[in-house]
Unconditional design. Structure first.
Length: 119
């Protein structure tokens, strides 16, 4: 099983980034996919989750209206579109795969990608 994130980087406040998570080694469409983040000195938190078919999504209050999670099951890839970025969005972002949508802990984790929002 492998989850590989990409798309992180340095962006100015108000800017946008799109993260990608390429999955292999499991039946991607059967798993809910999530994005988590961890800022220095803080606990890892869930940012957004999407179910296997892509019909249902859930967001942390801090990112609602700014971030959009999506997936392409034909490409085994999940995405996180991040708009109107703020300095407090700075963190390492991880993608994760879970057997159940919004229930239990993820089964699989990626290695993370750094997002830095700074002028």
């Amino acid at each position: 099983v492998q989850l590989v994130e990409s798309g992180g980087g340095l962006v100015q406040p108000g800017g946008s980034l799109r993260l990608s998570c390429s999955a292999s080694g499991f039946t991607f469409s059967s798993y809910a996919m999530s994005w988590y983040r961890q800022a220095p000195g803080k606990e890892r938190e869930s940012v957004a989750t999407i179910n296997g078919s892509g019909v249902r999504t859930n967001y942390a209050d801090s990112v609602k209206g700014r971030f959009t999670i999506s997936r392409d099951n034909a490409k085994n890839t999940a995405y996180l579109q991040m708009n109107s970025l703020k300095p407090e969005d700075t963190a390492v972002y991880y993608c994760a795969g879970s057997t159940f949508y919004m229930r239990g802990r993820p089964n699989y984790w990626g290695q993370g990608t750094q997002v830095t929002v700074s002028s």
